[in-house]
Design a protein around this ligand. Structure first.
Ligand code: OAD
Length: 235
C-alpha cells in the first residue's frame, strides 16, 4: 500500500459482530426484538422511558460479556505504530475500540457507558443501570438522566471535527457498516468530493454504497482488518 499521512477509519456494527454484539439490520427488520421506533427515538423515551432505559441497560450490561476481536486490536496496533494521523469515527456505542487500546476514537452516535442529564446537560460515565430514579452526579436532580445515545431524528456528535478530518485525509476506510444511516453513509461521497483520498471498504458483503469506493474487499473484519493494517504498516 502507498504511504499515507492521514487516515480516517469509519466503523459500524460489523466490526463488533465477531465479538458477539448483534448488528442492526437483521432480515426481520427488528433490532434485538424491538422496532427501532419503540426504543431509539426521543418520542419513544417520552412515551415509555422505562422500556427505553431497560433496553439500553441490557445492552450496557451485555458489554461486560464481550471482548474486542482481532479487528479492534489491529486498529489499535495501527494507531500505535503509524507515524501519521489516525482517527476512528465509530457509529458503535460499545467501548470495544477503547478496550483494544485505541485512543483517538470519536463516537458519533454516543456511548452506552455514558449518561446525559436533561436537567443540567452534563455527561457522566455510567457503568450500571440508568433508572427513572437515578440521580445526576453533577446537578443531583433525580429522574433526568437518559443514555448518551444519538437517537433517530437527533444530530450526530462532532460533525465539524469529522468533516475536517474527512477533508484532510488521504485514506478513508469504511469497516463493517451497511451504509444505510446518514450522515455516516454519505462520508465516502464527501471524501470523493474532496478528491484527495483513496477510499476502501472492508465489509462482509457489499454495502449500499459499495460502488462509490475505489477499492472493496469482502469478508469478516477479523481477517480483513489485520491484513489491511499489516499492509499499511509494511508500506
Ligand atoms: P448495520 O447492522 O446496518 O450493518 C452492519 C454491516 O456489517 C452489514 O453490512 C454487514 O454485512 C456487516 N458485517 C456483519 N458482520 C460482519 C463481520 N464479521 N465483518 C465485517 N462486516 C460485517 O450496522 P451499521 O451500519 O453500523 O444508529 O448501522 C448504522 C447505524 O444504524 C447504527 O449506528 C445505529 C443503527 O440504527 C444509531 O443507533 C443512531
Amino acid at each position: 500500500m502507498a504511504k499515507y499521512r492521514s487516515i480516517v477509519v469509519l466503523t459500524g456494527a460489523g466490526i463488533s459482530a465477531e465479538s458477539g454484539i448483534p448488528t442492526f439490520r437483521g432480515s426481520d427488520g427488528l433490532w434485538e426484538g424491538h422496532r427501532v421506533e419503540d426504543v431509539a427515538t426521543p418520542e419513544a423515551f417520552a412515551r415509555d422511558p422505562e422500556l427505553v432505559l431497560q433496553f439500553y441497560n441490557m445492552r450496557r450490561a451485555a458489554l461486560k460479556t464481550v471482548e474486542p476481536n482481532p479487528a479492534h486490536q489491529a486498529l489499535a496496533k495501527l494507531e500505535d505504530a503509524f507515524d501519521g494521523d489516525l482517527l476512528i469515527v465509530t457509529q458503535n456505542v460499545d467501548d470495544l475500540h477503547e478496550r483494544a487500546g485505541s485512543k483517538n476514537v470519536l463516537h458519533m452516535h454516543g456511548e452506552l457507558k455514558k449518561a446525559w442529564c436533561l436537567g443540567c446537560d452534563g455527561r457522566a460515565l455510567w457503568e450500571d443501570d440508568i433508572l427513572e430514579t437515578s440521580r445526576c452526579p453533577h446537578c443531583a436532580r433525580e429522574g433526568r438522566l437518559r443514555p448518551d445515545i444519538v437517537w433517530f431524528g437527533e444530530m450526530p456528535y462532532q460533525m465539524e471535527r469529522i468533516d475536517a478530518a474527512l477533508s484532510a485525509c488521504d485514506l478513508f476506510v469504511s469497516i463493517g457498516t451497511s451504509g444505510n444511516v446518514y450522515p455516516a453513509a454519505g462520508f465516502v461521497a464527501l471524501v470523493r468530493h474532496y478528491g484527495r483520498a483513496h477510499t476502501l471498504e472492508l465489509n462482509l458483503d457489499p454495502s449500499e454504497g459499495s460502488r462509490l469506493f475505489a477499492e472493496t474487499r469482502h469478508g469478516p473484519a477479523s481477517k480483513l482488518v489485520p491484513a489491511f493494517v499489516d499492509e499499511v504498516l509494511g508500506g
